[in-house]
Design a protein around this ligand. Structure first.
Ligand code: FAD
Length: 338
């Protein structure tokens, strides 16, 4: 079967690689198949299925958990992509921060930890931190390395082309996985949600876990890589521009340094802006769209986490016409556009 995948971001590449491994004749279309335009290039790569966004949406929580379980095998097949299973420390600076973060920890059934217990696990944490919790199942991966590996798998199958109309794709089946670009191609309600992210660089080893915290009402996460880079994210703004702002950078740095004062000596190496492909219910759109067209888009804050399961579900659908019922609540049809 000849399959055209529109969009060579993390989702499109993973779908393409899965289809290729099952014998399909795959072409992935992207205006910059070796570029850095997608949200994946900005994303921190937290694999965090338990965030607040799922409190009211158990089907989404199930999908996130299922994809999280696929990550060790998915990463293993791609080589060293920075998959790190050390887990996440949730931390809160003030009493108000504790009240807010505790809802999340309670939902995830995590055991609360005191400030000194947290510092035993991660000595770089500020002595001002009041409380926290350890989540062993919230891990991380480096999305840039994942994309590099997937591009290698798809070598010879990537075509430099912007698709402006799906009729330009000559294939038996078409998968639209164009992130925010999916709206223009399908009319599906996907909107860009701006996020600013910083990359700090210093000596490796300051942090050993992902830190997901609140400091005086400012939310921040710190994702330490083995080479000493620490990714600091992220703002969430209903804007379409690509400008980093003084306020955004200030809020991220202030919260990061409040939680881990030792980061002050790190180099501020990168400030990047990306757009999460958001949907009205903050859940992805995965499934048959119309005719020979399928959609794998709208992954919003969790596109990296959801990559392995999306690839598997879409490949099933395209090649066999059916897949696991876990996807039933995420079809394009729920927005009445198909
Ligand atoms: C600030 C920020 C932080 C994030 N942190 C995390 C995180 O920690 N964990 C997590 O799981 N997720 C995170 N995400 C979300 C994640 O990055 C996205 O959900 C994910 O990248 C979506 O993947 P995608 O392939 O659908 O889209 P993208 O990664 O955006 O890729 C889309 C691709 O489609 C191509 N394209 C677009 N239009 C067309 C067209 N017409 N024709 C051909 N090609 C086209 C683009 O060039 C691009 O290469 C974050 C996102 C942001 C912005």
């Amino acid at each position: 079967m000849r399959v055209g995948v529109v969009g060579g971001g993390i989702v499109g590449l993973a779908v393409g690689a899965e289809l290729l491994s099952r014998g399909a004749d795959v072409t992935v279309y992207d205006p910059a198949p070796d570029g850095t335009d997608g949200a994946w290039h900005v994303a921190a790569g937290m694999l965090a299925p338990g965030g607040e966004s799922v409190f009211e949406f158990p089907q989404l929580e199930r999908l996130l958990d299922a994809s999280n379980e696929l990550w060790p095998e998915f990463a293993g097949a791609l080589g060293d992509v920075g998959y790190d299973a050390a887990g996440t420390l949730g931390v809160a600076l003030t009493a108000d921060d504790v009240t807010e973060m505790a809802r999340e920890w309670k939902h995830q059934k995590l055991t609360p930890l005191t400030g000194s217990q947290l510092r035993e696990l991660s000595p770089a944490l500020s002595p001002r931190i009041r409380a926290g919790a350890y989540s062993p199942t919230e891990r991380q991966v480096d999305p840039r390395r994942v994309v590099s590996s997937l591009r290698r798998v798809l070598d010879g199958h990537l075509l430099r082309r912007h698709i402006s109309d799906l009729s330009q794709v000559d294939a038996d089946a078409v998968v639209v996985a164009a992130g925010c670009g999916t709206a223009e191609l399908t009319g599906l309600p996907i909107r860009p949600v701006k996020g600013q992210v910083l990359r700090l660089r210093g000596e490796p080893g300051l942090l050993t876990h992902v830190i997901d915290g609140a400091a005086d009402g400012r939310h921040v996460y710190l994702v330490p890589r083995a080479d000493g880079e620490v990714v600091v994210g992220a703002t969430q703004e209903e804007r379409t521009d690509r400008k980093p702002t003084a306020g955004g950078v200030h809020d991220l740095l202030r919260a990061a340094l409040d939680l881990v004062p030792g980061l002050a000596e790190h180099e501020l190496a990168e400030v990047t802006v990306g757009h999460r492909p958001g949907t009205p219910d903050n859940a992805p759109i995965i499934g048959h769209f119309t005719g020979n067209v399928y959609v794998a888009a709208g992954h919003h804050r969790n596109g990296v986490l959801l990559t392995p399961i999306t690839a598997r579900l879409v490949a099933d659908l395209v090649l066999t016409g059916t897949t696991d019922s876990i996807v039933d609540d995420f079809t394009p049809g729920r927005f009445g556009c198909a």
